[in-house]
Design a protein around this ligand. Structure first.
Ligand code: AN7
Length: 358
């Protein structure tokens, strides 16, 4: 799609697709318009594209929904924002609250590795009140849902807020605009199950409007230790290194299930080892640095290729939901360590890999 103006952000660009009054001022960081990068090596016998959502202003897809939810919250006179989060929602909510000149209360699980450090840094840097609760994400979400029943002046900006999904459906619009139509498959990590549902809303809207000739099949990918939609039961103590999707009781489970069924898609689980293999491959072989939860989409794509769910030649989009910079500890732990040397050409040449020696 050709635009004659610079990108104006999700609310302005997709206003006619969003349930917002026409005249409310947008709270925006010019989110959206992220790259759809062709994979050079990860696809094998399939054309594969990477939707690089880490290129959003706070480094994740959450900004697409947050701009819509916060725009509406301001228009409705809310006094503060509140959310529970595994990290990215809190980073996004904190930034958009700052943009709106409004306080934010963000609630994250306490404990080692519960939330990636970069996400925590973003939330505190933006001046949000950050509360670490003794409990997991599902318990944190239950607590903030209870809080907003007592405080009508609070705006809940988790994906249980339907405006979050309305904003996030624009990811599907962009995929259609960038590819010219929907792909055969959309592979996407699933935590609280909002984003997969939002993408389906977006693909259905463009299909109904004749802007897309078809809709993709959805591949919802969960981490094996946090896979309620694969196992068909709630997981009380979800476990995975992919902390963003360490969620055992997804709020949008029903919506995600009906979306996957309607699309003739599939949910599958991948192990932490598979996630880390995809995470490293994306960085080392594609040059695309995403966070572990995002790499689950590629791990799931490979698993679906292997098991025959995805046939050779079918086109696929993997949604890489967040940037690798969110979690520097993980990046440093899985890669080769830097080496020290004296500042001489000889020492530097010794650091070259064996194949380049001499
Ligand atoms: C990088 O920030 O739930 O299935 O609180 O951060 O829509 O939940 C994050 C989720 C995938 C899963 N990839 O999306 C939060 C939060 C990344 C994420 C997901 C998340 P949903």
């Amino acid at each position: 799609m050709m635009r004659a103006h610079p990108w104006r952000g999700i609310v302005a660009e997709y206003r006619d697709q969003l349930p917002l009054p026409p005249d409310v001022p947008a709270i925006t960081l010019l989110e959206g318009n992220t790259p759809l990068c062709p994979a050079l090596r990860a696809g094998g016998d399939n054309p594969l594209y990477l939707k690089v959502e880490g290129s959003n202003p706070t480094g994740s897809f959450k900004d697409r929904g947050m701009t819509v939810a916060v725009t509406a919250a301001v228009a409705q006179g809310a006094r503060f924002l509140v959310c529970a989060s595994t990290g990215n929602t809190s980073a996004s909510a904190a930034a958009f609250a700052a943009r709106a000149g409004m306080p934010a209360l963000v609630v994250v699980p306490a404990g080692e590795g519960a939330v990636a450090r970069g996400k925590l840094a973003q939330a505190v840097a933006a001046g949000a009140r950050v509360v670490m609760v003794r409990g997991n994400f599902d318990q944190a979400l239950a607590a903030v849902r209870d809080l907003v029943t007592r405080r009508p002046d609070a705006a809940l900006v988790n994906s249980v807020n339907p405006l979050r999904l309305e904003g996030q459906k624009t990811g599907a619009f962009e995929v259609v605009e960038q590819l010219g139509d929907a792909p055969d498959w959309l592979c996407i990590p699933v935590g609280n199950a909002g984003n997969i549902s939002a993408y389906w809303m977006g693909f259905c809207a463009y299909y109904t409007q004749g802007r897309a000739l078809r809709r993709p099949r959805l591949l919802g990918v969960q981490a094996a230790g946090a896979a309620p939609l694969v196992e068909g039961r709630w997981i009380d103590q979800p476990k995975t290194i992919a902390s963003a999707i360490r969620i055992g009781h997804p709020a949008s489970a029903d919506l995600a299930k009906s979306s996957v069924v309607e699309s003739k898609g599939h949910f599958l689980a991948v192990s932490d080892e598979q996630i880390l293999e995809a995470y490293r491959f994306l960085s080392v072989r594609e040059g695309v640095f995403c966070e572990p939860a995002s790499a689950a989409s590629l791990a799931g794509f490979w698993e679906a290729q292997r098991t025959g769910w995805i046939a050779p030649g079918e086109s696929c989009v993997c949604v890489l939901t967040g940037t690798g910079l969110k979690d520097p500890e993980r990046a440093l732990a899985v890669a080769d360590s830097p080496v020290e040397a004296d500042p001489t050409a000889e020492d530097l040449l010794r650091a070259l890999p064996p194949a380049l020696q001499g």
